[in-house]
Design a binder for this molecule. Structure first.
Ligand SMILES: Cc1cc2nc3c(=O)[nH]c(=O)nc-3n(C[C@H](O)[C@H](O)[C@H](O)COP(=O)(O)OP(=O)(O)OC[C@H]3O[C@@H](n4cnc5c(N)ncnc54)[C@H](O)[C@@H]3O)c2cc1C
Ligand code: SF4
Length: 350
């Protein structure tokens, strides 16, 4: 493994200053993502600045919503009564990810900042523009079954892997940061970038910019997260969907839908959202919205299965969020957030 130095930060300000002045420095929190990349030789930092002991581990009321500190563990956030009751999609997405042991140490800032699971990115013998800019993209001509349907470029077709990022995008969470130029607020859907010609940049964060909290805005509607994966646990999403619905009597006042594992960032289905607003929920409406959401999909050689799978998943997420169909398992458990296997979904595409 590449040798590196380690330093524990005493304050957020000190962490930001230390990383900002050293181009080879980076933050580390739970380490569940970062350490794997170090061991695999994908990432070679000179200095790790440990932010896990900073006082950023509270969940507090904030402007009618919730402020989740950057260092709150995935387990603590998922188990929070406030999160479960008011933002179940967040709890469901967290519980659908990784394993209990990983969630116990994984942080709320580290989770959406984990890097792609593209297998070529994690294999230093393969060409990868994200790992080594200008080296090419082995996935374009390789086995690209877990890759993107939307927003990809000739430089990179990777997807973003975090489950909770999809729920946070649907709920229009806000990211609070402290950076070299001071504090700023980032709308969660703007945090991650599309690959374009610079796929090595996953987010709009500057070097040395520390996430201090993730804020969930006031929300009185219903939210829900569903994920399709190859195993019932300990597996990344093939496709996932988060829905946030606000009702006005029997009609949908506002719908927000985010799709996961289909793009370089959580993908907001804005055409479907517009179609749902002001309408009475019906299965026919939801199928039309899902058709609209996937109309612009551009499948690669091996990932066309994601189109019918994603449409079907989105319909089910909308049916369950609007209560037209009961939840298929206990709310907030990994079972509720799991949907069969690849074969079952592909067999019944519509
Ligand atoms: C076997 C396995 C299975 C997994 N399955 C899933 C899954 O199904 N779904 C899923 O969503 N995830 C999954 N994960 C990923 C896991 O959720 C992430 O590794 C974890 O959430 C990362 O959090 P961390 O605190 O350990 O981050 P770290 O590994 O410490 O850091 C990750 C990144 O975040 C940056 N960072 C950390 N804190 C801050 C901060 N406050 N401000 C700015 N930057 C910061 C680091 O510099 C680094 O770039 C899995 C991981 C493993 C190992
Ligand atoms: S898809 Fe992106 S991450 Fe994967 S090999 Fe190509 S450039 Fe690298």
């Amino acid at each position: 493994m590449h040798p590196f130095q380690y330093q524990r930060a005493d304050s957020a300000e000190q962490a930001v200053a230390t990383v900002t002045k050293n181009p080879a420095a980076t933050f580390i929190a739970g380490g569940t993502s970062h350490v794997d990349l170090l061991k695999e030789g994908v990432y070679r930092p000179g200095l790790l600045v440990d932010v896990s002991a900073l006082p950023l581990r509270q969940i507090t009321a904030h402007e009618g919503g919730l402020r989740i500190g950057a260092g709150v563990s995935n387990t603590a956030a998922a188990a929070s009564a406030e999160v479960r009751q008011r933002y179940p999609a967040v709890s469901e997405a967290l519980l659908a990810g990784a394993s209990v042991q990983i969630r116990n140490v994984a942080s709320m800032a580290g989770n959406p900042l984990q890097r792609t699971r593209c297998p070529y990115f994690r294999d230093p013998t393969q060409a990868c523009n994200k790992r080594e800019p200008g080296s090419g993209c082995a996935a374009l001509e390789g086995y690209n079954h877990v890759h993107a349907l939307f927003g990809a470029s000739a430089a990179c077709v990777a997807t973003h892997p975090s489950d909770v990022a999809v729920a946070l995008a649907a709920l229009d969470a806000r990211v609070q940061t402290l950076g070299p130029k001071g504090p700023r607020t980032i709308a969660f859907p703007e945090l991650h970038r599309l690959p374009g010609t610079t796929p090595h940049l996953d987010t709009i964060l500057e070097h040395g910019e520390l996430i201090t909290s993730i804020d969930l805005p006031a929300f009185t509607g219903r939210s829900h997260y569903l994920k399709v994966r190859e195993r019932a646990s300990y597996a990344y999403a093939l496709v996932s969907c988060a829905v946030a619905l606000e009702m006005d009597g029997p009609n949908i006042r506002r719908a927000r839908v985010a799709l996961g594992s289909v793009a370089h960032k959580p993908w907001r289905a804005t055409s479907a959202e517009a179609m749902l607003a002001g309408q009475r929920p019906t299965e026919q409406l939801f199928r039309a919205a899902a058709d609209a959401a996937f109309a612009e999909a551009k499948p690669l050689k091996h990932n066309a299965y994601k189109v019918p799978m994603g449409r079907q998943l989105m319909v089910r997420a909308l049916l369950e969020t609007s209560s037209l169909q009961p939840l298929q398992g206990p709310a907030g458990t990994a079972f509720a957030a799991s949907v069969g296997g690849v074969a079952g979904q592909v067999a019944s595409p519509r």
